[in-house]
Design a protein around this ligand. Structure first.
Ligand code: ISL
Ligand code: CA
Length: 570
């Protein structure tokens, strides 16, 4: 694959339908709500909308527990609404990428209902899931679930355990069964006939389980073994994706991105190789795992701030390692991660907007396909919940029970602090459209509390302010669409930047163009001198004035140098 693919020049906007726009006043976002907001998404200028799951679901895990892959969650609408959304998006030149959740299904899925009904060898569905006999009256191995507790649940009637890396209502599918794999490929091709434009593949790095299902490592005082570590990038993962590519992906001009827990740059080179034999790109987790708790038993639960050096080293490694070999996806946050500004920037009134612009520019000038999570373009911040009862996400609720109540590893107060910093609900609060009650998301009380800061942070206000974060994102997207160097240039840190604790500065360079991206990561002014050719043009900045060598708090400046022989049409 040598020519540039359309998705290499695209920007994706992620919509979490439950929290985007409620159209029928039940407090829950829906497909009609998204249709009603297509103008807004089009105005931002993105190319693709990624929809988090919209399928029929048992609603245990925000739709990641699908009970029917071919029907729409009735709370969100029906298949006609979906087709209308797809049609209207296409009319505007917007593509739609769906979520594919096939590491597991819901326990209510027909396949699992048949699977659990009998362990007889005539029951072909038994082998669609992962069943094992007890070992010494216990679970078959020590794996813990991502959502606390063991990764195995006993089915009393058959005396066997089934595996669920996530909640017990999310049994893992057995990808070693060829018939299961083909059922999934058929379902994907069925969605292709509807005209969708691709898939984001949920925890796809976990589908090939290790032979013999060996115990995982136990970190610190943890109760269970680490399943993710031992399952990720299993023995047949690349065979299964190559097979999927042959039966499905290569037939369609799609965008595909694998959500790949446990993937390093070497593995990513396989998943997202530029020959196009597997997926287009992956979501890697390294840069959002650098600020975990120092106590390994607490994992992601912390309120640590990553140092600039660690973050820069990591992002630089991904930029350099994949260059010319595989394709990156670029993201600061999503429906599982806290809000970018609260985590990596500064969500105080004074610096929220300016730090949001700095983070946006830093990411959007890198190589890869950028993903904007709904509300990020407005500078939405973490939820700030004070009460445990405000949280709705099972990961947060279960973690509180396990770490505070059961294991007594930390105090309730500390856990509340960690939830405020890291809970997935931080990014799931309703989209802030305007200053009306419930931020214009709904006329009734939404399923999850609205962030009280919607009076200060909302789409309507930003659309009427030419200097808003919204228009800054719009400009970044336009620049990507106009300047080839953003898509194809190489990446280098400024040499003197490698140990810098305050500034992140890099270049992107192709034959004709060089970009110089310089960002102050701190809330104070700093002075730096970098060699930027004097003919360079300042193409974007987040302050009204430019003091050359002085970088104001969270200031970002991006210069473009064009070799004299070319003319640019900006
Ligand atoms: O965000 C996480 C880090 O702790 C995990 O909670 C998350 O479950 C993991 O990143 C996998 O995410 C995906 O699969 C889950 C689903 O709950 C997430 O929303 C989804 O993005 C199970 O389907
Ligand atoms: Ca609704």
């Amino acid at each position: 694959m040598n020519k540039k693919m359309w998705w290499q020049n695209a920007v994706v906007y992620q919509v979490y339908p439950k929290s985007f726009q409620d159209s029928n006043d039940d407090g829950i976002g829906d497909l009609r709500g998204i249709i009603n907001r297509l103008d807004y998404i089009e105005k931002l200028g993105v190319d693709v909308i990624w929809l988090n799951p919209v399928y029929k679901t048992s609603n245990i895990d925000g739709g990641y527990d699908i009970s029917d892959y071919k029907s729409i969650n009735p709370t969100f609408g029906d298949m006609h609404d979906f087709e209308e959304l797809l049609g209207k998006a296409h009319e505007r030149g917007l593509k739609i990428m769906m979520d594919l959740v096939v590491n597991h299904s819901s326990f209510e899925h027909e396949w699992f209902q048949k699977s659990i009904s009998s362990k007889s060898t005539d029951n072909k569905y038994r082998d669609y899931y992962i069943w094992r006999d007890p070992v010494n009256d216990h679970e078959p191995n020590n794996w813990g679930s991502f959502f606390s507790g063991p990764a195995w649940t006993l089915d009393k009637s058959s005396g066997q355990y089934y595996l669920h890396l996530f909640a017990k209502e999310q049994p893992d599918l057995n990808w070693d069964n060829p018939e299961l794999r083909h059922s999934i490929f058929d379902m994907m091709n069925w969605w292709a006939t509807k005209g969708i434009d691709g898939f984001r593949m949920d925890v796809i790095s976990l589908i090939s389980k290790p032979i013999g299902l060996p115990d995982g490592r136990i970190h610190g005082s943890e109760l269970y073994g680490d399943a993710a570590e031992i399952v990720a990038n299993g023995p047949h993962i690349h065979d299964y994706l190559t097979e999927m590519n042959k039966h499905v992906l290569k037939k369609h001009d799609w965008i595909t991105v694998g959500e790949t827990i446990g993937v390093d740059t070497k593995e990513a080179e396989k998943y997202a190789n530029l020959d196009g034999t597997e997926l287009n790109m992956v979501f890697q987790f390294e840069h959002v795992s650098l600020d975990g708790n120092d106590n390994p038993a607490l994992g992601k639960w912390s309120d640590n701030h990553v140092s600039l050096k660690k973050l820069r080293d990591n992002l630089t490694k991904w930029q350099k390692s994949l260059y010319g070999k595989a394709w990156n996806s670029l993201y600061w946050n999503n429906h599982d991660q806290p809000r970018a500004i609260s985590r990596f920037g500064n969500d105080s009134e004074e610096y929220r907007e300016v730090s949001g612009k700095m983070l946006a520019a830093l990411l959007h000038f890198m190589q890869g396909t950028p993903y904007i999570y709904q509300g990020e373009e407005l500078g939405m911040t973490n939820a700030g919940f004070q009460e445990l009862s405000q949280y709705k996400d099972l990961e947060s609720i279960n973690a509180y029970e396990e770490l505070v109540e059961k294991e007594k590893l930390i105090t309730s107060q500390d856990m509340m602090t960690y939830l405020r910093a890291r809970s997935r609900d931080n990014s799931r609060t309703p989209m802030q459209w305007n200053r009306d009650i419930y931020a214009g998301f709904s006329h009734v009380k939404p399923w999850l509390s609205v962030n009280p800061n919607y009076q200060a942070i909302n789409a309507e206000d930003e659309l009427s302010d030419p200097n808003s974060l919204f228009y800054f994102y719009q400009k970044l997207i336009k620049l990507r669409h106009t300047l080839p160097v953003i898509t194809d240039g190489d990446f280098n840190l400024f040499k003197e930047n490698e140990e810098d604790k305050e500034v992140f500065a890099y270049t992107r360079k192709n034959k004709n163009e060089t970009l110089f991206v310089i960002a102050n990561f701190t809330s104070h002014s700093v002075t730096r001198q970098y060699d930027v050719p004097s003919e360079s043009k300042l193409i974007i900045q987040n302050y009204p004035t430019n003091d050359n060598q002085v970088l104001k708090p969270y200031e970002v400046k991006v210069y473009l140098y064009t070799s004299p022989s070319t003319t640019l049409h900006l």
